[in-house]
Design a protein around this ligand. Sequence first.
Ligand SMILES: Nc1nc2c(ncn2[C@@H]2O[C@H](COP(=O)(O)OP(=O)(O)OP(=O)(O)O)[C@@H](O)[C@H]2O)c(=O)[nH]1
Ligand SMILES: [Mg+2]
Length: 489
Amino acid sequence: MKPQLIECEPRAHADSADTKNQSRPRLKDKLRRWGREAQDKSHWAAERLMDRRVCVGVTGLSGAGKSTLLTSLIYQLSHPQKSQLPGFAPALNGDLLGAELRPALDSGLPPFDYEGCLAALLANPPRWPQSTRDASAMELHIHLRSRRRFRGEGTRTLILELRDYPGEWLMDLPLLRMDYTEWCRHQAHLIGTDTRSTLAPQLIAKLAALSPQADSGEVDLMALWGEYRSFLLDCRAQCKLSYLQPGRALLKDEDYGVLPLLDLRGLDSAQLAALPETCVYKVLQSYYNAYVQTQVRPFVESHFHHLDRQLVLVDMIGTLFAGEQALEDMRLAFAHIADTFHYGESGLISKLWRPRVNRLLFAATKVDQVLAADHDVLRQLLGQQLQQTFSDARLRGLPVFSEAIAAVRCSREGQRNGRRLLMGHDLGGHYLGFENAEIFAQLPYEDQGWQHYEGAAPPQLRPPLGMESGHVPHIRVDALLNLLLGDKV
Ligand SMILES: Nc1nc2c(ncn2[C@@H]2O[C@H](COP(=O)(O)OP(=O)(O)OP(=O)(O)O)[C@@H](O)[C@H]2O)c(=O)[nH]1
Ligand SMILES: [Mg+2]
């Protein structure tokens, strides 16, 4: 340390005249930037207060259809002549003039890759957008004709703030409310209650046998972390589970080392706190705390603290056909996630410093995979599943809606031998006709009932050809827009 100090000091003196001269423009730059930021902030605040800015939180597990819906929404709203949004009031009466995508003020996030996602959908052959790997933000400025009684016709702009992110990150929201010990107990409980323990019995036995007091230098924690990541990936691939933590373990090959100790019995919190810093418990606790502080907290603060509306997307078809356990796990995931949000009406001031979600929408996605006759049942099933979960919203009397949508309709419905069937291209590009297993309004009560869905999932479809002409077909995206923004347009 000392030699460094002796070297630095004289240089600092020699440069001081120069630095003074340079610091003036730098200070000016800074003041200018602060001025601009303050102006932006006050614009932002004024727009919120005047209801010209709405922040919509799109909430959905990985593969729920977030990025595809965002792309379809932006496309439909930006091309009012070509889109088909009869259920969205401004489009119906000719007041929707168009929309443009702008970077999100102050978000510090890269812009949503709309061009990339749209290019994939419009390619020949068409493709789905890539699964999202990082967070992004955007503002959609929706231009509307306004008709005021005394001031005649004019235009106004409604700004929609939107974010996209990998669905896996959502699984980490509950970590904000748990310390490491609570999280370990939570994981031990989960492993003990569902089939995940059968996937990696050896790993689970190792974690259960790992003593919190052991010296961390004598245990290869990173090798265990590698095994734990593979276990989480298997839970998703083989059991279609979604409530898997830490969520980022499913995405990147990064060494977070966030492992649960499965047996903390016999040690109370005071004894755990008194353990030496080098023991396994303390080292894993520090990894966990670092993960929560550097990964989870910034994500939650930037994505969910200013929400006015929440749109929860669920691949209800995929979950239902994956079976009882997958459905139960989806419900569990949302039950833990829902606690993160603040629901209720926002007053004038709280609109700025602590906004609340004042409208909640559930949407079953990709319903073009089943016959139109089943869409309503899906909508109802989703509502039933999630209404209890988002009980805080219900208790506060929030308007809650449920819809069944397809951001991009990939099938057509036809008839053969008097039976309705769907036609579309599978992911390999083969044209097929199929009939889906009927979806019942009530969930099965027992295993036998679940057999109806087992192995009967409808095929995954490729986006349709011909969208480059400007027409992106969808199912009820207009109705969704009306529920989401009908009172603001
Ligand atoms: N048939 C049909 N399939 C869809 C539709 N939207 C999405 N999909 C399918 O669902 C997959 C996932 O969609 P995404 O939009 O990437 O889902 P996401 O929620 O952004 O997923 P992550 O980025 O992994 O969090 C796509 O690759 C398609 O296979 C739709 O409207 N219809
Ligand atoms: Mg995505």
